[in-house]
Design a binder for this molecule. Structure first.
Ligand code: NAP
Ligand code: SF4
Length: 678
C-alpha cells in the first residue's frame, strides 16, 4: 500500500517483534458499545470495517482495570477471563482484515461518575459531583496489580497490546500533577514520586506480558490546567516510561476540565504536533502525534517534517472508515473529512448514546444500516442540495439508481454553505468538496440554478423533497426596516455596521455573533489562536510554568454585538455538550453583551427597542446599525401539495420535514436511511 503522494504515511513501521502496515493509528474513542456484552458483535463489525479500510493500528475505547476505575456504574471493564473470551470476537474480526488492535486500559480516577471513585488525593474534579476517595498506599499497589492483570487478560483475548491511558486528566495524570496529587508518601511530594505509579505500571506490565506485546503509553504532553505538569516533568516521564518498557508513546492534550479547546473545529489543524515532536527528541521509541489531524496531506507533512513516527486519528475514521484505502489509491478527494463538530460522537458519548458520526450515520451501526447495490435501478429526483439532499443523492446513486439533483441556488451545500463562512468552521468546506467529488463519481446529474417543477418531477420513479428551510422572520413591529437582515443575508455578505443586535441566541445566533466580532482577515494562525486561549507550547514555556497556561490575549472584537433571547437565564444551553462551552467562552472574551428575558418592542431609525420580563421593565433602545434575525426557521416544502395532487407521494427529509431542529445530523441520517431503502 504505497503511493508517491504519501510515502511516509503508508510505509510500514517495524517495532522489532511486530510490524505495523502503515503509520495510521485509530485513536481510542469510547463508543458506548464497550459497556454491554450484547454489543460485542456490533463493536467487532465497527472495528473490522476500519481495519478493512487499511488502518495500521486500532486502539479500543477505555476498559477499566477494576470497578473503582469505571467511567460510569457498570461501564466497560476487563477483569476476568470470561470477558477476555468475549473479546476474541473483536480481535479475530480485526486480525481477519489484516489489522492490529490494542486494548486501552483506562482508570477514570476522579472523573469516574460514581461514588466508588478514587484518586491520588481526595479533591473533587470541577466537572464531576463525586468526590474521590484518596487511595491508600495499599490501594495504589492493588491498582498497579489490576492494570497488569488487565494487560494479561488483553493478551489472552488476542489483542496485540495495550494502551495505558495516562492523559486527559484520568487517574495516572492525576498522580502526575500537583493539582491533584498532594500526597507526601512514596507516591507524591516530589516529581519523581508523582511519576512512580505510571512508571511502575509500565515496568510491571512489561515484566508480565513479555517482550512481544505492544505497550503504548498515552501521556499528557500539555495539561492546560493550573498546577499541571511542567515541561521538565513531561520529558522525564517520557524517558522513564521508555526505560520501563513502553513500545510507543501516544499524545494526549488537555484534561477534560481544561478550558483550552483541543479538538473542536475552531482548533487549527495539527495544532499540537510541535509538542509531540519535542517529546520525540528525547526518546528512542516511536511517538504518535494526535489531535486535529484529519487529511492525508497534513498527516504526511507531519511525518516528513518532524520526529514523530505515527499519526493518530479517531473521529476522522468514524466519518470515513476507508480513509487509508482512499489515501493509498491517491483519492484523498473522496475522503469524507471529519469536521470536528462532535455532534454525533462525543456529544452522544456524554449522554450515553451510541457514538456515531454526523457525516457517516453508519458509524457504530454497521450491522444495521447496510448499503448494498440495488436490485432494481430507479429514476430518482432529489430536490435541494443541502446535507439531506446530498446524502440521499450520493447514497442512492452509489447503490445504482439514476439520480438527478435539482438545486435552486448556484451552489450545493445548503446550510453547510453558510456554516463554512463562520470563522472557525472553514472545515465545512471539506464536506462540500466531498459531496462535489462523490456526485461526479457516481454520475448524479446536478442541475444548479434550477427550480424543479411538478411537471418535470412527474417523470421520476421517486421524488425526494429536501428543499430545506427559510429563516423565520418574527412578528416585531418594524421588522421590514432597512437595518434588519436575515442571518443568511448577513452571512452571505450584506454590508453590516459596527454595532449590531442579534435576535435569537440558538446555534445560529452564536455563529452569527462569532462572525460579527471576528475581523474579515484570514482565519487565525496557530500563534494567534494559542494567544487567544492562553495556551503555550510546553517546550517554549518559561521553566517554572506548570500546565502550559498563560494569560489569554483575545484580539479586539470587530464590532459591538448584543445577543438577545426571550427566554430567561443563560444563553447557549442548547449548544453541544462538548462544543457549547467553547462558543460561550469565545463570545465572552470578545465582549458580546448577552441579554436574556427580552421583549422585542419595535425597530425604528433609533434602533431596536427592548424591555424585560412580563412587566416590560427596564425599557431601552439599543442604538445599533443593524438587527440580524436568527430566530429559527420554517420548512420549505412548497412542491409537496402539487406533487400529491398528481398522485406522487414524495419522500420529505431534512429541514423540509422538520424545521424545528434543523440539524445536519438528522438530515444526513434521514437522507442515507431513505436511500438505503429505495
Ligand atoms: P434554535 O437553536 O432553535 O434557536 C432559535 C432562537 O430564536 C432561539 O434562541 C429562540 O430563543 C429564538 N426565537 C425563536 N422563535 C422566535 C421568535 N418568534 N421571535 C424571536 N425569537 C425567536 O435555531 P437556530 O439558531 O436557527 O439553529 C438551528 C439548529 O441549527 C440548531 O438546533 C442546531 O442543531 C443547528 N446549529 C447548531 C450550531 C451549534 O451548535 N454551534 C450552530 C448552528 C446551527 P427565544 O425563544 O428564547 O427568543
Ligand atoms: Fe467528526 Fe462530527 Fe463525525 Fe464526530 S460527528 S466524527 S466530529 S464529523
Amino acid at each position: 500500500m504505497t503511493t508517491p503522494s504519501y510515502p511516509n504515511l503508508l510505509s510500514p513501521l517495524d517495532l522489532g517483534f511486530t510490524t505495523l502496515r502503515n503509520r495510521v493509528v485509530m485513536g481510542s474513542m469510547h463508543t458506548g458499545l464497550e459497556d454491554r456484552a450484547r454489543d460485542t458483535d456490533q463493536l467487532a463489525a465497527y472495528f473490522a470495517e476500519r481495519a478493512r479500510g487499511g488502518v495500521g493500528l486500532i486502539i479500543t475505547g477505555g476498559y477499566a482495570p477494576n470497578r473503582t476505575g469505571w467511567l460510569l456504574p457498570f461501564a466497560a471493564q476487563m477483569v476476568s477471563s470470561s470477558e477476555a473470551k468475549r473479546h476474541r470476537r473483536i480481535t479475530a474480526a480485526v486480525h481477519d482484515e489484516g489489522g492490529k488492535i490494542l486494548l486501552q486500559v483506562l482508570h477514570a480516577g476522579r472523573y469516574a461518575y460514581h461514588p466508588l471513585s478514587v484518586s491520588a488525593s481526595s479533591i473533587k474534579a470541577p466537572i464531576n459531583p463525586f468526590r474521590p476517595r484518596k487511595l491508600s498506599s495499599r490501594g495504589v499497589e492493588d491498582t498497579i496489580v489490576d492494570f497488569v492483570r488487565c494487560a494479561l487478560l488483553a493478551r489472552e483475548a488476542g489483542y496485540d497490546g495495550v494502551e495505558i491511558m495516562g492523559s486527559e486528566g484520568y487517574l495516572l495524570n492525576q498522580f502526575l500533577a500537583p493539582r491533584t496529587n498532594k500526597r507526601t508518601d512514596a507516591w507524591g511530594g516530589t516529581p519523581e514520586k508523582r511519576r512512580r505509579m505510571p512508571v511502575e505500571i509500565v515496568r510491571r506490565t512489561r515484566e508480565a506480558v513479555g517482550r512481544d506485546f505492544i505497550i503504548c503509553y498515552r501521556m499528557s504532553m500539555a495539561d492546560y490546567v493550573d498546577q499541571g505538569q511542567s515541561w521538565d516533568e513531561i520529558v522525564a516521564l517520557a524517558t522513564e516510561v521508555e526505560a520501563a518498557g513502553a513500545t510507543i508513546i501516544n499524545t494526549g492534550i488537555g484534561w477534560h476540565e481544561a478550558r483550552v479547546p483541543t479538538i473542536v473545529t475552531s482548533v487549527p489543524n495539527s495544532a499540537f504536533v510541535d509538542v509531540s515532536n519535542a517529546v520525540a527528541e528525547h526518546v528512542g521509541i516511536p511517538v504518535v502525534a494526535s489531535n486535529r489531524i484529519n487529511m492525508p496531506q497534513s498527516a504526511e507533512q507531519i511525518l516528513s517534517d518532524g520526529r514523530v513516527q505515527l499519526v493518530s486519528m479517531a473521529r476522522p475514521l468514524l466519518s470515513d472508515p476507508d480513509w487509508v484505502r482512499k489515501a493509498a489509491a491517491d483519492a484523498a478527494d473522496e475522503i469524507n473529512t471529519c469536521i470536528a463538530c462532535n455532534q454525533a460522537c462525543l456529544d452522544h458519548a456524554f449522554v450515553h448514546k451510541t457514538v456515531s458520526c454526523l457525516l457517516n450515520p453508519r458509524a457504530g451501526h454497521e450491522t444495521k444500516l447496510v448499503l448494498g447495490p440495488t436490485r432494481r435501478a430507479r429514476r430518482v429526483a432529489v430536490v435541494g442540495a443541502g446535507p439531506a439532499g446530498l446524502s440521499a443523492a450520493v447514497t442512492a446513486a452509489e447503490r445504482g439508481h439514476t439520480v438527478t439533483l435539482f438545486e435552486a441556488g448556484a451552489a450545493i451545500g445548503g446550510q453547510f454553505d453558510l456554516a463554512r463562512r463562520i470563522p472557525g468552521k472553514e472545515e465545512f468546506n471539506e464536506t462540500i468538496r466531498y459531496y462535489t467529488t462523490m456526485l461526479a463519481k457516481h454520475g448524479v446529474q446536478v442541475r444548479l440554478n434550477t427550480r424543479a417543477d411538478v411537471v418535470e418531477l412527474a417523470h421520476f420513479d421517486d421524488v425526494v423533497l429536501a428543499t430545506g428551510v427559510v429563516p423565520r422572520m418574527p412578528d416585531i413591529p418594524g421588522i421590514d426596516h432597512a437595518m434588519v437582515l436575515s442571518y443568511t443575508e448577513a452571512i452571505l455578505g450584506s454590508p453590516i455596521g459596527k454595532s449590531v443586535a442579534v435576535v435569537g441566541a440558538g446555534g445560529i445566533g452564536f455563529d452569527v455573533s462569532e462572525f460579527l466580532v471576528t475581523d474579515e482577515s484570514p482565519a487565525l494562525n496557530l500563534k494567534e489562536w494559542k494567544a487567544e486561549w492562553g495556551a503555550l507550547n510546553p517546550p517554549e514555556a518559561p521553566q517554572e510554568t506548570r500546565g502550559a497556561l498563560t494569560e489569554p490575549i483575545p484580539l479586539p472584537p470587530a464590532r459591538e454585538v448584543f445577543l438577545l433571547q426571550r427566554t430567561k437565564g443563560p444563553q447557549g444551553r442548547g449548544l453541544g455538550k462538548t462544543t457549547g462551552w467553547v462558543h460561550r467562552a469565545s463570545l465572552k472574551a470578545k465582549g458580546v453583551q448577552q441579554l436574556s428575558g427580552v421583549n422585542y418592542e419595535r425597530i425604528d431609525d433609533d434602533g431596536l427597542h427592548i424591555s424585560f420580563g412580563k412587566d416590560r421593565s427596564d425599557p431601552r433602545v439599543l442604538a445599533v446599525d443593524n438587527v440580524i434575525i436568527c430566530a429559527g426557521q420554517e420548512s420549505l416544502r412548497d412542491l409537496e401539495d402539487g406533487l400529491r395532487r398528481i398522485g406522487i407521494d414524495p419522500h420529505v427529509i431534512g429541514g423540509a420535514d422538520v424545521a424545528a431542529e434543523i440539524d445536519a445530523k438528522r438530515a444526513i441520517r434521514q437522507g442515507t436511511e431513505l436511500a438505503a431503502k429505495l
